[in-house]
Write a protein that binds this ligand. Sequence first.
Ligand code: GDP
Ligand code: MG
Length: 461
Amino acid sequence: DARSPDRLRSPIVCILGHVDTGKTKILDKIRKTNVQDGEAGGITQQIGATFFPLDAVKRETSKLALGRALEHNIPALLIIDTPGHESFTNLRSRGSSLCDIAILVVDIMHGLEPQTMESIELLKQRKTPFIVALNKVDRLYDWKAKPMTPVIEALPAQKRHVQDEFKRRLAETKVAFAELGFNSEVYWENDDVRGQVSLVPTSAISGEGIPDLLYLLVSLTQNLMRDRLMWTTHVECTVLEVKMIEGLGTTIDVILTGGTLKEGDTIVVCGLDGAIVTTVRALLTPHPMKEMRVKGQFLRHGSIEAAQGIKISADGLDRAVAGTQLLITEDGGSEEELDLLRDEVMKDFATILTAVDKSGLGVYVQASTLGSLEALLSFLKSSNIPVAGLNIGPVHKKDIVKASTMLERKKKEYATVLAFDVPVEREARELAEELDMRIFTADIIYHLFDQFTAYMDDIRE
Ligand code: GDP
Ligand code: MG
């Protein structure tokens, strides 16, 4: 595959962190930045992501002395929309993270919280570089808002005691990171960006630090990740979500990070019952402006280049697995080539099946995507909770039937479904009640764990 050293693709940025730290708000603020200035600035909503062109970044960072020196080589930032670690765990391809850089959001008033740790664990596993938004600086007592101002200007403009409180909380945060094995430093004093995590004080309400955040994302990605971001003709694509759309049937939302996808391409994706080989019927993106007059929900494209978020319409996608890679054949595909691709897309799934306990005793786990299932399995493994069965997608009656075999084996505590970030169908719930089995649901892994361990203690007493 041809690589172009002079042409870089847009980096993929994820936002993660504890609930209520301001992940959604920061994304909103970044997105609305230029809209508030009366210019749309080319910021567009994509499938699963927001496309933030460099012109818009330039405008923002021009307020920043540092920003003026910034040379722009990447075309845009592609910021993944659904914040939270669920979406982050989705973003994998060939065992590594598809996300090039992450923003870990920490509430400066709360410091590091349980889900912050979970996020850091994921970032470590995926070897994803990250910067920290120390958010909610406006909550420091007596903070005077300096809307959308670089924080290196907003901070010195605060009263002495505000600056003192900031310094105290900053020092505490640095200690907390050090305890986790990370050196960290406010970004303007960080002279070792490879060895130390950069901290950016932000307010998602008044916008201090948002220009700084954008500046850092651009400078770090294009300076440290040139190789990774080099444009290539080789198709690299990840399935984010499997979605029913009225009039289209089951579609997949993908992030294309390399090469070009075309209508009529033969694609191969991981399926719950084996690999799916199908033909792209349509490549869809949302309309740039959501006017009432436009017909249909989506724009159709003959071909699309990386990096982009795309909805793919094709036959046979009902049992596709989110969080896996999508492969294409170059020429319609010989049977031999297709067999190789089938094996390749099913690899991650096959690896996951090895997590099932050989004794056949254990809980039944279910999650929304391959990535989230994997995260749950690795957590259960480290907690010594055996797993006897697993599935991806909503909990159906047949999942309860499978989990109920633990009742026959006199292991009531294991006759349990741990459902991570998936809905439970009514029939499944009814059957579980009938059999006096528990279904634990949560969208945070450690909540599932807490519920289950409490239940297990209860039963064993
Ligand atoms: P998420 O759960 O991480 O996505 O958090 P949200 O973005 O939903 O924010 C949680 C709450 O914190 C909301 O009420 C926000 O308005 C508030 N919030 C977020 N960022 C800030 C901030 O910088 N300053 C203040 N004062 N409040 C914030
Ligand atoms: Mg949110």
